[in-house]
Design a protein around this ligand. Structure first.
Ligand code: UDX
Length: 455
C-alpha cells in the first residue's frame, strides 16, 4: 500500500521504517530539512536499537523515501500523523500547533484523491476531543476518513513495540457502525462498505494482526484516553514506589525489598516499581501534565488531582539527590561531582526532561564542579545544557571526583568495579540514584554509599 508518515520524529521515523519493513511503499515527511536529509541518507537522528537496520533496508529496497514537500504525498492511500505534541510554553497543556499545521497542509493535497477513499490516521498523543474536531475538517473531503491509533512504543524497544505490539487501538468516529461491520469478531473480515476505515487500517497492519495481536475498536475519545491513561498509570506506579522510598528513608526500611515483595502479587506486578530518581523523557512528564490540563478544561480537574502529586513527588526526587550530595560533602561549592548518565533512561540518547541532566544542572547551579558522562547522550546533553562539562571517557570522567552520582542505569555503570573506581576518584563517595548497584560490594571496597529509599 502507498503510505505517508507526516512528522518523522522518534515515533514517526520508527513508524515509517517499520511500515516499509512490512512491505508498504512509504514516504516520510517533515518540515525539518536537515532531519529529512539525514534519514534519506540512512543516518538515524537518534539512538534506537534495530532502527538503523530497517531504515537502511527500507531505503535500499526503495520502499522508504523522505520528502519535505506535501505534493509528494498526494497519491498515498493512508496518511499517518506522527507529529509531536510537546508541553505548551505557557502552561501544562499540550501544544497542538504542529499537528494543526500538518493537517492544514495535508488538506491541500487530500482532494487529489477525492472519492477514492483516503484514510488519515492520527498517532500523536492528544487531549480527548482533538480527533473529532480534526475529523470534521478532514472528512469534508469526499471519501476521506480519520481514525485515531495511539502509539505505545517505548524508547529502546521502539521497533519491536511497533512491529510486535501488545495491542492495537483503533479510535473511530462511530464505534457502533464499526461493531456492526464485524470488528468485534476475531478473524472475521470487516464489512468494507460499513466501516471502510477499519478495513483499510486492517490491511495496513495485516501482517501484525495475523500474529494474533489484539485489535480493539472504540470511539475517538476513548482511544485518545487509552493512551494518556496508560502513561498516567505508569507514572503513578513509579511515584507510588518513590513515595514509599521516602517513608523508607524515615524508618530505615529498604524500598527495593518492598518492591520485590509486593511485585510478586500479580495484581500489582513487578514492572515500573523501581524506586530512584524518578521518571523523565519526552512522554510521561508532559503527558500527565497535559492530562491534568485537559481534565481542568473539561471541568473535572479534581478527578486527576492525584496526578499533580505524582508530578510533584517526581520532581522532589531530583531535589532530594542534590540534598543528599550536599549532606555527604558538607556543602557543594567547588566540589568535584561526576554524574553517571545524561539520558533519561539507558539505551537511549534522549535527554528530554532527563532526571540525570536536571540533577547535574541543579548541582552545578549550587556551585559544584560537575562532570557528566554518558555513552550515547553527550551530544544531545551539550545542545540542551551547554554550560555542563561532558566527558565521554568514563575513566577520565571519574578521575578526581569527590562524589560519584549514578543517575542513568547504563549496563557499563552497573558493572563498574568498586575497587578500580576507588583508585581513580579523590574520595570514595557514591549516590546510587537508580538502586542498581551491589551496595555491599561497594561498601566493602571502602565506599561511603547512599541510595534512595535504602538504609
Ligand atoms: C513511555 C511509555 O512506557 C510508553 O508506553 C509511551 O508510549 C511513551 O512513554 P518511554 O518514555 O520510552 O515510554 O520510557 P519508559 O521506559 O516508560 O520510562 C520512563 C521513565 O520512567 C524513565 O525515566 C525511567 O527511568 C523511569 N522509570 C521506569 C523508573 O523510574 N522506574 C521504573 O520502575 C520504570
Amino acid at each position: 500500500m502507498k503510505i505517508s508518515v507526516i512528522g518523522v520524529g522518534y515515533l514517526g521515523a520508527v513508524h515509517a521504517a517499520s511500515m516499509a519493513e512490512l512491505g508498504h511503499e512509504v514516504i516520510g515527511l517533515d518540515v525539518d530539512t536537515e532531519r529529512i536529509q539525514r534519514l534519506a541518507a540512512g543516518q538515524p537522528p537518534f539512538h534506537e536499537p534495530g532502527f538503523e537496520e530497517i531504515l537502511r533496508r527500507g531505503i535500499e529496497t526503495g520502499n522508504l523515501r523522505f520528502t519535505t514537500d506535501y505534493a509528494d504525498l498526494a497519491d498515498a492511500e493512508v496518511h499517518f500523523l506522527g507529529l509531536g505534541t510537546p508541553q505548551r510554553a505557557d502552561g501544562m497543556g499540550a501544544d497542538l500547533s504542529y499537528l494543526h499545521a500538518a493537517v492544514d497542509s495535508l488538506l491541500e493535497v487530500l482532494p487529489a484523491r477525492a472519492g477514492q477513499g483516503t484514510l488519515v490516521v492520527g498517532k500523536s498523543t492528544v487531549p480527548a476531543g482533538t480527533a473529532r474536531a480534526l475529523a470534521d475538517r478532514i472528512e469534508a473531503v469526499d471519501g476521506a476518513r480519520l481514525m485515531w491509533n495511539p502509539e505505545f512504543l517505548r524508547e529502546g524497544f521502539a521497533v519491536q513495540d511497533t512491529i510486535a505490539p501488545d495491542r492495537i487501538v483503533y479510535g473511530v468516529r462511530d464505534e457502533y457502525a464499526a461493531r456492526a461491520a464485524g470488528t468485534e469478531e476475531p478473524g472475521r473480515q470487516v464489512d468494507r462498505a460499513r466501516a471502510p476505515e477499519v478495513a483499510l487500517l486492517d490491511a495496513v497492519y495485516a501482517r501484525i494482526l495475523e500474529t494474533g495481536v489484539p485489535r480493539l475498536v472504540m470511539g475517538f475519545e476513548t482511544a485518545e484516553l487509552v493512551k494518556v491513561s496508560a502513561n498516567a498509570f505508569l507514572a503513578t506506579k513509579i511515584s507510588f514506589i518513590n513515595a514509599i522510598a521516602e517513608i523508607c528513608e524515615a524508618t530505615g526500611a529498604d524500598v527495593t525489598d518492598i518492591s520485590r515483595a509486593i511485585g510478586m502479587d500479580d495484581r500489582i506486578g513487578s514492572k515500573f516499581l523501581r524506586a530512584g530518581v524518578g521518571f523523565g523523557g519526552g512522554c510521561l512528564p508532559k503527558d500527565i501534565r497535559a492530562f491534568i490540563a485537559s481534565a481542568e478544561d473539561l471541568g473535572v480537574g479534581e478527578a486527576l488531582g492525584f496526578l499533580r502529586e505524582v508530578d510533584e513527588l517526581n520532581e522532589r526526587r531530583r531535589v532530594h539527590v542534590v540534598d543528599i550530595a550536599r549532606e555527604m560533602l558538607g556543602g557543594l561549592e567547588g566540589r568535584r561531582i561526576t554524574v553517571l548518565g545524561a539520558a533519561f533512561k539507558p539505551d537511549s540518547d534522549d535527554v528530554r526532561d532527563s532526571p540525570a541532566l536536571d540533577v547535574a544542572n541543579q548541582l552545578q547551579v549550587a556551585g559544584a564542579d560537575v562532570v557528566v558522562t554518558d555513552p550515547e547522550a553527550l551530544d544531545n546533553a551539550a545542545r540542551r545544557a551547554p554550560h555542563l562539562r561532558g566527558v565521554a571517557d568514563l575513566d577520565d570522567a571519574l578521575t578526581g571526583a569527590d562524589l560519584v552520582v549514578l543517575l542513568t542505569e547504563w549496563r557499563q555503570y552497573r558493572d563498574l568495579d568498586p575497587a578500580a573506581v576507588a583508585s581513580r576518584v579523590a574520595a570514595p563517595r557514591l549516590i546510587d540514584g537508580r538502586n542498581v548497584l551491589p551496595l555491599r560490594a561497594w561498601r566493602e571496597a571502602g565506599w561511603e554509599v547512599r541510595a534512595l529509599g535504602r538504609p
